[in-house]
Design a protein around this ligand. Sequence first.
Ligand code: MSP
Length: 497
Amino acid sequence: MKNTFYITTPIYYVNDKPHIGHAYTTILADVLSRYHRNSGQETFFLTGLDEHGQKVQQAAEKRGVNAQQHCDEMAPRFSELWKQLHISNDDFIRTTEERHKKVVQNILQEVMDKGDIYEAEYEGLYSISEERFITEKESESGEFRDIKKLKEKNYFFKMSKYQQALINHIEKNPNFIQPNHRKNEILGFLRQPLNDLCISRPKSRLNWGIELPFDSNYVTYVWFDALINYITAAGFGSDDNAFKKWWPASYHLIGKDILTTHAVYWPTMLMSAGIELPETIFAHGWWLMGESKMSKSLGNVINPMDLIEDYGVDPVRYYLMREMVLGQDSSFTMESFIQRYNSDLANDFGNLLSRVSTLMKKNYDGKIPEPGKLTNAETIIKSKGESLAKLVKEKIESMRLNEAIEEIMQYVRSVNKYMEDHAPWKLVKEDKISASRVLYTAGEALRISAVLLSPVMPNRTEVLLNALNAKNTGLEWGGLTPGHELKDHEPLFPRVK
Ligand code: MSP
């Protein structure tokens, strides 16, 4: 087992500005990266942009600028959003960078030299919108636009040669494609004979791409170029030590719409080039707007920037991670967003901090009070806190993030209940020592919850830990230090309408 953790997002097309779907995958990768980093694992988190191909060329033409200029203008929209969302990526790859072009050309040459690329005249139906040849059956499905008949000389990658090897690999490595229903989908697809993959586009038709090293009249197919980003950034061909350290990737996170390219094209390309396959390709579902798919043409896309402006970064991250069951589709509605915000964040989590810190400030000179001798009630809170860390670890490592978050929130709710039951605001008037014990216990349980939630809400949990003067504390019970001064803080999550 590798001791390092390498996680990737898809690289996004720069034909449009980022929406909540792109933000989702990137936040998910960020949460997992932060989690692994906090657990002491060396972590490499990659995201980036897919800048070649017809879609990007057309978007540039529409704006009346050249393609490179278009990419250069669009790239900051993504990197700015990632900054706003507190994404902690270690690299941001753009496929128009020299470092990437070199690797793509090397791989093309390698695969060619191996005899896995051949030239052929091909006549078939070509979907301009999908930028590839489609089958008769696909053309009848109605899912493809701009179809025309094309007869062209092109280069083909012998994907079919690796069909059986791929099936064997999937069967031997149950985690290779996740969740399981996606693995079965790919195995089903592989029951049919696999076609070879057309990997060239004549420059007469499309010139915005990486030139084939063995024929300057062609550029390579955008997917053959894009997928390779995952090894370029890990140091393939440029830094052998880095590549040894990071590859194979632990996770390629993707949306279900790009499963075939990742679970069929990419592994067969790697097999041909003699490179190890990634450990896990994990496909999540779609964010729907109410019932329908989010799309620009339907005019129902949510702009993450607007949400951040209105509600702050952490609630957006929280909502997306809490609501989606990984692997299934999820529906985004403003009502459920506001509801989650007010009930989980304002009422349960934020309110607990303000209660605890106000009472400590008022009755214990603004300092963390003594934990005292635990009674049964505190022992329960303490041992729940200790087993929570283990439970959360299990849930996160099996990609059940929504459940992990729900476990933490249930704990927070039980601590609120404990506060209600022991009413330290009353108790303090009769028995200051017992009230001190209750407040310490509640504060400590809150601190542990914040540490566990910090990969999801890095900002607000930092404010909270600061307020309790418990920065950089871990998961062990007893992180709050009696006598430490409490710090002033802004309300964590002011209620919204
Ligand atoms: N450029 C390719 C990926 C190449 S990876 C080597 C691409 N780009 S994309 O910009 O169109 O979208 C990429 C990803 O965005 C999707 O796979 C998915 O992860 C995410 N999403 C886009 N819309 C989405 C939703 N409505 N919901 C959730 N995620 C979706 O495909």
